[in-house]
Design a protein. Structure first.
Length: 114
């Protein structure tokens, strides 16, 4: 069973930056499209960014130009660089495959507040 471990969240002021990391166990990471997702209180989980095995990326309109997803296959890790953070970005952030096929990890809390 693949395990996902997210980290890097925290409390940041509006306009600030954070970089999230997600380490995935297992040997198929390098050929698996991955994504970052978030869930705010009282809202559905939504995908904010995706990256294919080949490194092509896509973003939700709400984060385009502010967030950057990347991956390091040697470390089985996917990253999410978040800049120009806004209070509406407050949520628990998760990673998973593009098909959401792994069991969800615990996520990492991001709180944007002054």
């Amino acid at each position: 069973q693949v395990q996902l471990l997210e980290s890097g969240g925290g409390l940041v002021q509006p306009g600030g930056s954070l970089k999230l990391s997600c380490v995935a166990s297992g040997t198929l990471f390098r050929i698996t499209a991955m994504g970052w997702y978030r869930q705010a209180p009282g809202k559905e989980r939504e995908r904010v960014a995706g990256i294919t095995a080949g490194g092509n990326t896509n973003y939700a309109d709400s984060v385009k130009g502010r967030f950057t997803i990347s991956r390091d296959n040697a470390k089985n890790t996917v990253y999410l660089q978040m800049n120009s953070l806004e209070p509406k970005d407050t949520a628990v952030y998760y990673c998973n495959t593009a098909a959401m096929s792994y069991r969800w990890g615990q996520g990492t809390q991001v709180t944007v507040s002054s």
